[in-house]
Design a protein around this ligand. Structure first.
Ligand SMILES: Cc1cc2nc3c(=O)[nH]c(=O)nc-3n(C[C@H](O)[C@H](O)[C@H](O)COP(=O)(O)O)c2cc1C
Length: 207
């Protein structure tokens, strides 16, 4: 089939998010102006650059009460956020933190998650997460939107601190079987990488 998104697809559910898979889940912790911890998952998330290591997450739409999503507001206002890897054992808790809660609710506490202070930035990290990246916000972009009430904001952050649980390392390499990152697929589907293979490659020395 072929369709132009502006014309609709004629399928029972939009296939768009199933067309770009698997997507990593950026489980983003931030602090509001009163120091309340916010935690939410974003599958429009990725590492976009290496020098310096740079990540992004995209906030689409508004909260049910019409206000902007807390992760974007907090990361922009405070200039800091933390990426926590959402792993398979943490899947239910990750899902719980996607609820839109009032700003004064500590979302780590709400999900029954233990937090650990970060080393460089203010927002804490999820203690049980195998990999966490402490980030400083470097830019927030606002992309054009088809629906006025649905702003598209992208938050970019420079990675300033990297935590890797030592139990996830095998011979000095991050072991995907041990870290078990969750991946977002289309619809209500998720995946876990269960098999990895290596291929030698020709590469540019700057990569
Ligand atoms: C697996 C998963 C991935 C999600 N990805 C996104 C995303 O990429 N962008 C987005 O705006 N919302 C996404 N959401 C919904 C947000 O997590 C949800 O709106 C959350 O309440 C935002 O919280 P905040 O207001 O604390 O930032 C996702 C939810 C789940 C469960």
């Amino acid at each position: 089939m072929f369709f132009e998104p502006k014309d609709g697809h004629g399928l029972p559910h939009s296939p768009i998010s199933a067309c770009v898979v698997p997507r990593p889940i950026g489980w983003i912790s931030t602090l509001d102006e009163d120091g309340t911890v916010n935690l939410a998952p974003f599958s429009y998330f990725n590492l976009v650059h290496n020098f310096p290591p740079t990540v992004m997450f995209a906030c689409n739409g508004l909260k049910a009460d019409g206000s902007p999503k807390d992760s974007w507001v907090n990361a922009e206002r405070s200039g800091e956020f933390v990426y926590n890897m959402a792993s398979f054992p943490l899947r239910e808790k990750m899902n719980l933190t996607s609820k839109s809660l009032p700003r004064d609710v500590d979302e780590m506490e709400h999900a029954g998650l233990e937090s650990v202070p970060s080393r460089i930035v203010g927002p804490p990290r999820v203690a049980a997460s195998p990999i966490c990246l402490e980030c400083k916000t470097i830019k927030v972009l606002h992309l054009p939107t088809d629906i006025e009430a649905n702003p598209n904001s992208i938050v970019f952050g420079k990675v300033v601190g990297v935590h890797i649980d030592d139990t996830c390392l095998t011979d000095g390499l991050v072991d995907i079987d041990k870290a078990k990152p969750l991946a977002r697929l289309g619809y209500l589907d998720y995946g876990v990488i269960s098999e990895a293979f290596a291929m030698p490659r020709y590469y540019d020395k700057t990569e």
